[in-house]
Design a protein. Structure first.
Length: 238
C-alpha cells in the first residue's frame, strides 16, 4: 500500500474565506476546461484535480494524507492515472507530494518519490528482460515504436485528410510550445493525447468555418422563379 502526502500550493486562491471553519464550497476558475495549463491532462486526470480540491476544502487544509488505493476506489480512477496526474500537477506548480510505502503491518518503510518508483520499476523490468532475452524479427509494434513520429503523422493524415488544416494546426502547436517549453509532453502517449486533442478542438472550429462559408442552397421556389425569369428574358429577346 502506498501512502501519499500532498500539499496544494496557493491554497488560499481556492479558499478565500479563512474565517469559515467548515466550508461547503471552494473557488474554481471557469477557464479550467480550456486552460493551457491542463492541455495534456486526460479527462480522468482533471477529475482527480477537482477531487483533491474537494478533499482539501472538506478538511479545510492544504495538506492531505491518504493511500493511493483509497483515492482510486473513491474516484473510480486507476492508481497509474492518479500517479500521472500528480506528476503533471507537480510539474505545473499546483502541488507537491511524497509517496510513502507501508509494509504488511502498516508501518512506513521509507519516503519515496514518483521518480524513485519509476527507477525501481525500470530496474525490475530490465532484470526480467535480461533473463528472457532472445533474437527475434521486429514486430509491427516494434516498428511503430522505432519511428513514432512517422506513425503519428500517418494516423493524422488518415483522420484529417485536409492537408491545409493539419499544416496550419502544426504551426500553431509550434508557436504554443515556443511560448510554453516546459509543458511539452514527456512520453509518446502524452504526445498522442496532446496532438489528437489539439486537432480535435481545432477541427470543430474549422468545420464551423467551412459550414458558414458554404454557399446557401436555393429553395425550390427560388429555382422556379429563376427559371421563369430566364424564360421571360428569352421571349423578350427572341
Amino acid at each position: 500500500m502506498q501512502q501519499i502526502e500532498i500539499t496544494i500550493l496557493n491554497w488560499e486562491k481556492f479558499n478565500p474565506r479563512k474565517d469559515v471553519s467548515n466550508p461547503s464550497w471552494f473557488r474554481l476558475q471557469n477557464q479550467m476546461w480550456n486552460d493551457s495549463q491542463f492541455f495534456e491532462f486526460a479527462p480522468e486526470e482533471r477529475w482527480i484535480w477537482v477531487c483533491l480540491l474537494s478533499i482539501a476544502s472538506q478538511k479545510n487544509s492544504a495538506k492531505l494524507e491518504f493511500s493511493l488505493e483509497w483515492l482510486s476506489l473513491q474516484t473510480s480512477v486507476s492508481v497509474s492515472s492518479i500517479e500521472n496526474c500528480l506528476e503533471k500537477l507537480q510539474r505545473n506548480g499546483c502541488v507537491t507530494y511524497t509517496l510513502r510505502a507501508r509494509d504488511v503491518h502498516g508501518r512506513y518503510i521509507t519516503d519515496i518519490t514518483r521518480q524513485d518508483i519509476t527507477k525501481q520499476n525500470k530496474t525490475k523490468t530490465f532484470s526480467s528482460e535480461l533473463k528472457n532475452i532472445s533474437i527475434t524479427e521486429p514486430t509491427e509494434q516494434d516498428l511503430i515504436k522505432s519511428n513514432f513520429s512517422e506513425f503519428l503523422n500517418n494516423k493524422i493524415e488518415t483522420i484529417y485528410p485536409d492537408k491545409d488544416f493539419v499544416a496550419r494546426e502544426k504551426e500553431k502547436m509550434k508557436v504554443w510550445f515556443a511560448a510554453n517549453p516546459k509543458k511539452q509532453p514527456k512520453s509518446k502517449s502524452g504526445w498522442t493525447r496532446f496532438v489528437m486533442g489539439w486537432l480535435e478542438r481545432g477541427w470543430e472550429q474549422y468545420r464551423k468555418t467551412l459550414q458558414s462559408a458554404a454557399p446557401k442552397k436555393k429553395t425550390w421556389q427560388e429555382l422556379a422563379d429563376e427559371r421563369e425569369a430566364e424564360e421571360k428574358r428569352i421571349k423578350e429577346n427572341g
